[in-house]
Design a protein around this ligand. Structure first.
Ligand SMILES: [Zn+2]
Length: 619
């Protein structure tokens, strides 16, 4: 037994799955999916085979040709991070290259959020969507849930007729169900007979490019769409105004794809569609191939919403094409993507915007290094994640320190050479999963002598921020930082100084203020600029965080409203932490606990877990 990945039961000596054919029956009233999955292995295998599961009921494991049962066992205990280990035993006398499993998800599946009609925009129909990164695909179907194992898949989604489905895959057809198709006659609990009910429809998908399991994704609800480019549609619930606002916000997407192709090579995924989810979506965006998932908070009518799309688009080359082998090398995914995102932003929105984004990232990185001062392991690029829950230790470090490392290499070898290097790197490793050592070997081979100029070991294995990291310089960035420094001396920015500021300028300004200021200063700032009521959540949350830490209780009503409106972890994490961290804050702690109890059901299970871990640490 030699594990391949600290977050998976997959054994490095076992054969990997190359294709999964799924038939999924969505039972909204019980928030359950009943499924059949046909697994194809890269070569015939006999003996034990380990799969990951979490909160799944396994009904049967069968040989697909004879439908005879195959022995299996589930570990008696559920590992709090990895879940439950499903061990199959494939026959020793006749090695199998495929097997079949029937199973059901549970309402507490960590990847799935089931929304009742009142929790959606249109209030009429239920909605369900996945968030599988980092290790949640195993709560939707059994799998070798490690990015080292890339799979192709096909899927039949059996859903109520009034709903439709999207996936991180090519849409093949929407049609009437066919009796017995896709082993649906083996589904449990009578759901096989409901498969062909006249109230149901089948949405058929096919994904013929190999992806790591964390990029498996679907959403089912009352969906509508608008065309915004030759290979881009924006989808969302078919509710008043949402689609129109989204189509307007993302009108420049094709321009960004073309810039990306110029910089990094052909766009390999054919479609680049966008799905705007309900406000409970826990991330800003999720780079599901062909169908990026987005929080509605990115629709704000300025350049920064497009930057989230630029980031998810950049993943089409870095992360989705070249994937980290396991989460210990996550910086290869997010560091490269942050770098690529800023190159796209620079090309589309200009250098000043890109520098502003680097500046916000630099602030964020410095804050994270402080956050982990008692746990320096998480300030490294390459981390040891044995026994570590990736959701709990999710941070900006792989993004921003990874960005700084690549930016440092760019400065050293020059941009033209680095651009060539990137194209070659992507072409060499596309559709592969690699580790930090593979990247470093490739770097040293293609930029001879680089290790004499840059301390590659310090960057990838050292803690904190290396001395050759770089705070960006631009007139706009410098001006904002100096205005923030003046605030510390009691001077508020004048109206003419902030007249053309967008959300990002305010975000950078607020992030450069001291964590705690005089309450009177907080009130004065809000009286003049109404930041507590900003439509831009980045600005609003940065301001409310300052208000909480400065004990300005007048703003707690707005804090509560915000925590109940959105489920994006980027906002929940700082607000809940500001409320419960530190001593002598009984009122704040009571508020945090009450608001969480009332808002919990509106958060995705991953976000619920993150808030619970903040409480466990501080309460
Ligand atoms: Zn990303």
């Amino acid at each position: 037994m030699a594990p391949l990945d600290p977050h998976s039961f997959t054994d490095s000596t076992h054969t990997l799955t190359t294709h999964i054919a799924l038939s999924l029956y969505f039972d909204f009233p019980s928030a359950t999916i009943h499924g059949a999955a046909l697994f194809t292995l890269s070569s015939p295998h006999s003996g034990p085979l380990c799969l990951d599961t979490r909160s799944l009921s396994i009904h049967r494991v069968l040989s697909p040709s004879t439908l005879s049962p195959l022995p299996y066992s589930l570990s008696p205990f559920c590992d709090p991070i990895k879940g439950t280990h499903l061990s199959l035993s494939l026959p020793n006398d006749a090695a199998l290259s495929s097997f079949l499993i029937t199973f059901s998800t549970s309402p507490s599946s960590s990847a799935l959020q089931w929304l009742s009609p009142p929790q959606t925009f249109n209030k009429k129909h239920p909605f369900v969507y996945t968030q599988c990164q980092s290790i949640h695909a195993r709560s939707v179907f059994p799998c070798q849930d490690t990015p080292a194992a890339r799979i192709r898949y096909s899927a039949l989604l059996n859903v109520p007729r009034e709903l439709s489905a999207v996936m991180s895959a090519r849409h093949v057809d929407r049609r009437l169900p066919v009796s017995g198709e896709g082993y649906s006659n083996l589904l449990p609990n009578g759901f096989n007979s409901l498969w062909c009910s006249e109230t149901r429809v089948v949405e058929e998908f096919d994904m013929n490019q190999p992806i790591p399991p964390y990029l498996f994704a679907f959403a089912v609800g009352e969906l509508g769409f608008r065309e915004v480019g030759p290979r881009t549609r924006v989808y969302s619930e078919a509710a008043d105004g949402v689609l129109e606002a989204a189509a307007k916000e993302f009108a420049g997407t094709e321009d960004m794809i073309r810039q990306g192709e110029k910089l990094f090579g052909d766009y390999e995924w054919e479609r680049f569609d966008l799905l705007v989810l309900p406000p409970s979506f826990p991330y800003g965006g999720m780079e599901n191939p062909r169908m990026v998932f987005l929080t509605p908070t990115v629709i704000k009518g300025d350049a920064s919403g497009a930057q989230v799309v630029a980031h998810e688009l950049a993943h089409s080359w870095t992360g989705n094409l070249i994937t980290n082998k396991n989460n210990e090398h996550f910086w290869l995914n997010e560091g490269f993507t942050t770098y690529a995102e800023r190159r796209i932003v620079e090309a589309v929105q200009g250098e000043d915007r890109a520098v502003l984004s680097i500046g916000i990232g630099w602030r964020g990185l410095n804050d994270e290094i402080k956050r982990f001062q008692d746990n320096l392991e998480f300030t490294k690029l390459k981390t040891n994640q044995e026994g570590v829950d990736p959701d709990t230790f999710y941070s900006q470090v792989p993004y921003e320190k990874g960005f700084q490392f690549l930016w440092c290499i760019e400065r050293q070898i020059g941009r033209p050479a680095f651009d060539e290097f990137l194209k070659k790197y992507i072409a060499t490793f596309k559709f592969k999963s690699i580790d930090t050592e593979t990247f470093l070997d490739f770097l040293k081979a293609n930029a001879p002598g680089i290790e004499k100029e840059i301390d590659l070991v310090l960057w990838t294995e050292g803690t904190g921020i290396p001395p050759d990291a770089y705070e960006p310089v631009s007139n706009l960035y410098t001006k904002i930082v100096s205005l923030a420094n003046e605030f510390k001396l009691g001077r508020m920015p004048r109206e003419d100084e902030v007249a053309d500021w967008q959300g990002q300028e305010w975000e950078l300004y607020l992030e450069n203020l001291p964590k705690v200021v005089e309450a009177s200063q907080v009130f004065a700032l809000d009286a003049r600029y109404r930041l507590s009521e900003s439509n831009d959540y980045e600005v609003k949350v940065a301001f409310l965080q300052l208000a909480i830490l400065s004990k300005c209780r007048d703003f707690y009503g707005e804090v509560e409203k915000t925590l109940k409106e959105v489920g994006r972890m980027k906002y929940l994490r700082p607000l809940y932490t500001a409320l419960v961290q530190g001593i002598g804050k009984e009122e704040e702690k009571i508020l945090a606990k009450r608001v969480f109890a009332e808002a919990r059901d509106c958060y995705h299970p991953i976000a619920q877990g993150v808030v619970e871990s903040i409480f466990a640490k501080h309460l």
